[in-house]
Design a protein around this ligand. Structure first.
Ligand code: NAD
Length: 492
């Protein structure tokens, strides 16, 4: 893949995106898909879709590397060295990768640099350190009998990523899978293949990994994705994406009695008690709703405000939402870029209309942004909802769209926060730590943030209750996902 990171160069000469199998990029053939820049609606890449045959070659290369190659048999020190080399490579190309990510996703440059690229590198550093500490267990039963628990690589991992944080989320999977000695086939979203494909080129150029350890297939879910998850030689799939897709993947994996780690959708509650530090809570609720263009699984965009402070909080939230700077994600100071595509923008408009029909009040936004001739821009939106049962409070909207509701009592807000098919994250804002902790423990979510906006600590597991997923990513969660646990009982 060639290196061009200016929008002009990419739209004049769109890059070719192909798969990468057994140590080299494959010949550009297959169904051709245009990858668009959401800020201009112009093609920036031509994706040559990996068909079932190419997926088969990628899985076979990974299987060969796993069964016969050096990677699963390498010392931990050698694996650490390779992971840190990838970490260094990402940081050395941070500006280029961040620019590519912003052009492809529409997410503001400051955010792609920090969250997508820096975080991608951190994943490799973290797992290079964690794999050295993640030992097994030893138990004694009776004199002379020892039980050992060890963790072995699971084999060939299919790693499928979404479009909202292509590099960061895929890097998390690659780093975890490689650290434990696996070989992989990676499939990025067909909407945003650029940074992951570029990372493959950089790793190949630097000669960091043995042939077949890391393979790439590019294409749509119903073609490339389906071929990957139904391939008999895949041992597991780590997937991040929508709940419906996760269900389809799990159904396919069930036929081969294979595991799937699923990081799925969310509709996270942000609970603001009257005794909260209101400036902090307001900043946190805004960040939780609008960071990454609001296109975040862990968005805390279902906001509950206690009645005593509701009027001033809602007024300030709406004013701050209205004042967010919307525009070219490459321009300095921009807080919200365009939605990923036309259908995502239309979806936002439909939710704003449905909200009004269901009795919600539009506080600000709700429309396609009028200030741009091209690009999928949408006004940052806040709606006051009459209750938690309406669609805008139950369904994942996945854009800069916050709902606010007013509550009176602690029990009431906990019940409403838990009244969701999702259970990814909960946010609690209160200066009364006992109450905050009571609320945190009552929330049916995989993660709770108390008096802080989004923080990711890789030593903890991230994942969801209910329809937000299966399994956890990070430290022990990644080890559980990417290894088989083996018990060996030894009579001495
Ligand atoms: P998506 O489910 O449409 O697509 C995700 C990936 O799956 C893409 O690469 C796609 O090509 C592939 N895919 C689609 N159908 C497939 C199939 N049948 N078999 C195999 N692969 C298939 O999701 P998206 O729209 O790219 O991402 C947005 C969703 O991801 C949101 O629901 C969001 O909440 C979720 N997400 C979750 C997390 C998390 O950590 N829980 C993080 C980010 C995004």
């Amino acid at each position: 893949m060639q290196v061009t990171t200016t929008r002009e160069a990419l739209s004049e000469n769109p890059v070719r995106v192909t798969g990468f199998v057994a140590g080299r990029f494959v010949e550009a053939k297959g169904e051709v898909i245009s990858v668009l820049d959401p800020s201009t609606e112009r093609p920036i890449a031509i994706l040559h879709e990996s068909d079932a045959d190419e997926v088969d070659r990628a899985v076979t290369a990974a299987r060969r590397a796993f069964d016969h190659g050096p990677w699963p048999r390498a010392s931990i020190a050698d694996r650490q060295k390779a992971l840190m080399a990838i970490h260094d490579l990402i940081l050395a190309h941070a500006d280029e990768l961040a620019a590519l990510e912003s052009i492809n996703t529409g997410i503001p440059l400051g955010q792609t640099k920090l969250m997508h690229v820096t975080r991608a590198a951190q994943n490799f550093r973290f797992f290079s350190e964690y794999v050295n500490q993640a030992g097994g267990d030893v138990f004694t039963q009776e004199p002379g009998l020892l039980s050992l628990v060890t963790y072995e690589p699971i084999g060939v991992c299919g790693l499928i990523g979404p479009w909202n944080m292509p590099l960061g989320l895929t890097a998390m999977k690659i780093a975890g899978a490689l650290a434990f000695g696996n070989c992989c086939v990676v499939k990025p979203s067909e909407l945003t293949p650029l940074t992951v494909t570029r990372l493959f080129a950089l790793i190949a150029q630097a000669g960091i990994l043995p042939e077949g350890v890391l393979n790439l297939v590019n294409g749509r879910g119903h073609v490339t994705g389906v071929s990957l998850v139904s391939h008999p030689d895949i041992d597991m799939v780590s997937f991040t994406g929508g709940t419906e897709t996760g269900t389809a993947i799990l159904t396919s994996l069930a036929k081969g009695i294979k595991g799937g780690a699923m990081e799925l959708g969310g509709k996270s509650a942000s609970i603001v008690y009257a005794d909260a530090d209101l400036d902090l809570a307001l900043d946190g609720a805004l960040l939780g709703s609008f960071m990454n263009n609001g296109q975040m699984c862990l968005a805390g965009s279902r906001i509950f405000v206690q009645r005593k402070i509701a009027d001033p909080f809602i007024e300030r939230f709406a004013a701050r939402t209205k004042a967010l700077s919307v525009g070219d994600p490459l321009a300095p100071g921009i807080e919200i870029g365009p939605m990923i595509n036309h259908s995502q923008r239309e979806r936002m408009s439909r939710y704003a209309e449905t909200g009004v029909k269901d009795g919600a009040t539009l506080l600000t936004g709700g429309h396609r942004h009028a200030g741009f001739n091209a690009g999928y821009y949408f006004e940052p939106t806040a709606m006051l909802a009459p209750d938690n049962s309406i669609a805008i409070c139950q369904e994942e909207i996945f854009g800069p769209f916050a709902t606010l509701q007013v509550f009176d009592e602690e029990d009431e807000v906990v019940a409403k926060a838990n009244d969701s098919k999702f259970g990814l994250v909960g946010y609690v804002w209160s200066e009364d730590l006992k109450r905050a902790m009571r609320t945190a423990s009552a929330l049916r979510t995989g993660t709770v943030m108390v008096n802080t906006p989004i923080v990711r600590d890789l030593r903890t597991g991230f994942g969801g209750y209910k329809q937000s997923g299966l399994g956890r990513e990070g430290a022990q969660g990644s080890r559980a996902m990417f290894t088989e646990m083996k018990s060996t009982i030894i009579a001495q």
